[in-house]
Design a protein around this ligand. Structure first.
Ligand code: ZN
Length: 289
C-alpha cells in the first residue's frame, strides 16, 4: 500500500512534467473512482483546466488546477498514477487524463479502492482537518509536537503511528522501519515516551521516510512510480518483511507480531518495550514533629 514516500516519489517525478500543461479531457472508466460525484460531472469540471502543480498531503495526491480547484486523489491499496508517453498495455485503467501535448496520465488500480474528489481550494483545510494530523517532513514535526499528540495515549506505538490523524502519511512499512530506527518496541504505549524517546522517534520517522523517498518508494505489491517503474526501497528494508533474518544492529532475530491487524516486524532484542507510566501518587505529607 503506497505511503508518504511512494506518493512523494510520484509527485516529484510527475510535477515537472505536467505543470503548466492543460487537461484536454478526463475520461472516467469506473464511477466508483469519484463517487458520489457523477463521472460526467467531474469530467466536465476538470476538462480545459491548466495543471498548476502536483502536491501531497499525508498519502493524498493534490492536483492543483486553475480556477482555484484541486483534484484530491488517494491511491488506497493498489492505485497508481502514471504518466504514459505512448499507449501501452497498462491494465486496470480507472481514469485517464489527456494532456494538450498528447501525453496521458493514467490512474490504474486493480483493487479499485482508489478515489478522487474535486474541491475548491478554500475547502481543502476544512476537508483535511478531521482526517490528517501533522506532516512529518515539515518543520512543525518536533519532538514536542509529537509529545503533545502522544500524551495520554495508551495505544501501542505501532497503532499510534498508523493513525493518520496523529502523524500523516506513515503506514505499515515506515512505522516498522521508524520504530526499529528509534529502538522502540511496537507494543510500547504511545503515552509512555519520555523526551529522549520522543526525540528518537521524531528523528527515526523522518529518516525512515527520507530513506523511502531516496529509494524511489517500495514495491512489495502493486506500487509503481510515476513512470510505471518499480521502486527500490523493498530491497533496503531494515526489518519490514524480514522475519527470521538477523537484526542489522544486534545479535537478535527479526520477529513478527500482529498489531491492529497488521503484520509488524521488529527486533525483540534491541527494541525497548516501554512500560505504561504509573500514575503519580501523591506522597503523604511528612509528619511534623
Ligand atoms: Zn536487534
Amino acid at each position: 500500500m503506497p505511503e508518504l514516500p511512494e506518493v512523494e516519489t510520484i509527485c516529484r517525478q510527475l510535477e515537472p512534467e505536467i505543470e503548466g500543461r492543460w487537461i484536454e479531457q478526463l475520461e472516467i472508466h469506473d464511477p466508483r473512482w469519484c463517487r458520489p460525484a457523477p463521472p460526467a460531472e467531474l469530467e466536465k469540471a476538470v476538462a480545459g483546466r491548466m495543471i498548476e502543480g502536483l502536491g501531497r498531503r499525508g498519502k493524498y495526491l493534490l492536483l492543483a488546477l486553475d480556477g482555484e480547484k484541486t483534484l484530491i486523489m488517494h491511491l488506497r491499496m493498489t492505485g497508481n498514477l502514471i504518466l504514459v508517453e505512448d499507449e501501452d498495455e497498462l491494465g486496470h485503467l480507472r481514469a485517464r487524463f489527456v494532456l494538450d501535448d498528447g501525453r496521458e496520465i493514467w490512474f490504474t488500480d486493480p483493487r479499485r479502492f482508489g478515489e478522487a474528489l474535486l474541491l475548491d481550494d478554500d475547502e481543502l483545510d476544512a476537508h483535511f482537518a478531521p482526517r490528517l494530523g501533522i506532516e512529518p517532513l515539515s518543520a512543525a514535526f518536533t519532538p514536542e509536537a509529537l509529545g503533545e499528540i502522544a500524551a495520554g495515549r495508551t495505544a501501542p506505538l505501532k497503532s499510534f503511528l498508523l493513525d493518520q490523524k496523529g502523524v500523516a502519511g506513515v503506514g505499515n512499512i515506515y512505522a516498522d522501519e521508524a520504530l526499529f530506527r528509534a529502538r522502540l518496541h511496537p507494543l510500547s504505549p504511545a503515552g509512555s515516551m519520555k523526551p529522549e524517546h520522543l526525540e528518537a522517534l521524531r528523528d527515526a520517522v523522518v529518516a525512515a521516510l527520507e530513506a523511502g523517498i531516496d529509494g524511489g518508494g517500495a514495491s512489495i505489491d502493486d506500487y509503481r512510480d510515476g513512470r510505471g517503474e518499480k521502486g527500490r526501497m523493498q530491497d533496503e528494508f531494515l526489518v519490514h518483511t524480514r522475519e527470521g533474518e538477523p537484526c542489522p544492529r544486534c545479535d537478535g532475530t527479526i520477529g513478527r507480531i500482529v498489531v491492529s491487524g497488521r503484520s509488524t516486524y521488529f527486533c525483540p532484542a534491541c527494541q525497548v518495550r516501554l512500560r505504561r507510566r504509573p500514575r503519580r501518587r501523591r506522597r503523604p505529607a511528612p509528619r511534623s514533629t
